[in-house]
Design a protein around this ligand. Structure first.
Ligand code: SF4
Length: 246
């Protein structure tokens, strides 16, 4: 995508949501870190349901250690992979207390050294809690980057590095959230809602999804055709002549 188109792409997403926020509920950097660790392969809505009551009681690593792994599991058992996630949260809380003065570190290296924290989680925490211009590539951003031609790449790291390169400085702080929201609500995985997409004219993806009324008409037409085809008798095959015996 050409630089002027990239700028226009972000400008339109910004016009729709000038100050986007993460949909994960959190109280401070620690609860944000815990929420992001719990959100791997789970929805933000599902995580918020579990963490709402949990964070009322636990908002520091010390309180988490006091609650204990079994106690934590009782709060998060509705979230997928909760056993492994509970173990990671306990282990990272212990490290925060013992090595970081109970504070969440603000560097990628220190964050990625924590159990259950990968590059994506570190990027979210650095961006949301510390205002750094990181772009965490999740499944939505990966899809949008590739479909739109904004940052095509074979894996999340490639897409992230391309986004870093092409995203103008003025959009870097919120790029991550604009792209997630766009992927989650408009440029959906199965059927992108191109008919209401604010960047439709900038996006090379084809075929574009038509408006719902048109989709209905197309479906009805396809159904009628299938019905008509079913009624038309099939041509019978002509039997082959038997080979002459030599
Ligand atoms: S036009 Fe369609 S494919 Fe392209 S960004 Fe918009 S929703 Fe996604």
């Amino acid at each position: 995508m050409k630089p002027e188109k990239v700028t226009e792409f972000y400008r339109r997403l910004r016009d729709l949501e000038p100050a986007p926020k993460t949909e994960l509920k959190y109280i401070n950097a620690y609860t944000l870190l815990v929420a992001v660790v719990l959100s791997a392969q789970a929805t933000d809505v599902g995580v918020n349901k579990a963490t709402g009551p949990l964070f009322k009681l636990v908002d520091t690593p010390e309180k988490m250690l006091k609650l204990g792994e079994k106690g934590l599991k009782d709060y998060i058992k509705t979230i997928g992979l909760f056993n492994a996630k509970a173990a990671n949260v306990m282990a990272l809380s212990k490290i925060l207390v013992e090595q970081h003065g109970s504070q969440v570190p603000a560097t990628r290296e220190e964050l990625e050294a924590l159990p259950g924290v990968g590059r994506k989680t570190a990027n979210v925490v650095l961006n949301v809690a510390f205002g750094q211009h990181t772009i965490a590539v999740d499944t939505h951003i990966f899809r949008v980057g590739n479909r739109t031609g904004l940052a095509p790449g074979k894996n999340p790291l490639e897409v992230e590095q391309k986004l870093e390169k092409v995203t103008p400085a003025e959009f870097k702080q919120h790029a991550h959230h604009w792209l997630i929201l766009h992927g989650r609500y408009v440029c959906k995985a199965r059927s992108p809602e191109c008919w209401r997409c604010p960047v439709i004219d900038l996006c090379p993806f084809e075929p574009k999804t038509p408006p719902p009324e048109e989709q209905k008409k197309l479906k009805a037409r396809a159904k009628a055709k299938a019905k008509a085809d079913a009624k038309t008798p099939r041509a019978t095959s002509v039997p082959k002549k038997p080979k002459k015996k030599k």
